[in-house]
Structure formats: C-alpha cells, structure tokens
Design a protein around this ligand. Sequence first.
Ligand code: SF4
Length: 193
Amino acid sequence: METSRREFLKVAALGGAAATAFGFDLRPAYAQLRELKIARATETRSTCPYCAVSCGVIIYTLGDKAKNVTPQVIHVEGDPDHPINRGTLCPKGASLEQDILNERRLLKPQVRRPGATDWEDISWDKALDEIAAWTKKTRDDTFVERDANGKTVNRCEGIAFTGGCTDTNEINYLFVKSMRSLGVCYLENQARV
Ligand code: SF4
C-alpha cells in the first residue's frame, strides 16, 4: 500500500478507529507513546478543584527525586480508579494542566485602590494589615444589632464574602466559621460538603 507521509499522519491522527487502516494495529504504539511520556514520573492522586463534582485526577511530575531540580508537572489526567469519574474529565477538568502551568498565574496579592484603574502589587503583610483594618471599620460602620421589629439579628450587612472553586473543604470551613463569627450573612463558597 503506497502512502504519503501526509496521509500517514492524517490517518494516524484519527486514532483508534483508523488504527487498522494499514493492516496493523497502531493502538499499542499509542499506548507505548503514553507510557514514554509518563515514564519515571511521580503519580500524585488529587481532586479536580473546579466544581463540586470533585472528579479524581492523577498529576504526573518529573524531577521530584533529583537534587537541585525543581519538580515539574508534565501531565494531568482522570483517575481510572476514582469512583466518581472513572478516569473521565470534562473539558474544564481536562485543562487542569494549564491551570498549574500558567505564566499569567498570580503569585502575590494585588490591590485596586478606590478610583484606580490598575491593580498594584502589595506584600502579604501589608495585604493582611489592610484587610484586617478595612474589615474592622466596615463591620463597625454597618453592624445591625436589631432589625426594624426590634428582633436581635447581630448581622454585618456591609461585607460579602465568596470562596473560589479552587478552595478546599477545609479552607471553606474556616471561611464560613470566621465570616459567621463576624455576622456576615452574604456568604457563598463551593465547599464539597
Ligand atoms: S472534571 Fe469537570 S466535572 Fe469533574 S470536578 Fe472538574 S470541573 Fe467538575
């Protein structure tokens, strides 16, 4: 069978369904390619952080055991042993590797001042000091002890809080505890509870 290089690549790209187009099965070769990609990698089982379905994933890293080498994530895929997703991932979960390896990922806190159009970097210490000061002031200014009927409500109406989809159960638990203790009632998070 005469086949140009372009045709070969085209058929190869079709994967399993076209695997026998040349009279031999390409599937073992694909499996071998996959094995080569993750050979010598460390497997870490984890949970997709994006939504409350909480699919199981396997994160493959290289370099964990070598001295003076920074471990590098090289592949993320669904965990076939996980009872929820059995190895499958939705498109968002399948893009998890790009969430980990993303040069646009923020690594330090930023603040946008009132009226400003740009965000500025601040240190963690300054961020925590400012959050504490503004939380105290806002709570003092907006705390409601009794509602219009004289009923005790003890709520803080000037603060709203939301937890992101990449937060864990534990941090969301702490968010809820600390916000409720301040009297915040506009509160939402994505805890898997
Ligand atoms: S893979 Fe998709 S469905 Fe599963 S937890 Fe992640 S975002 Fe949710």
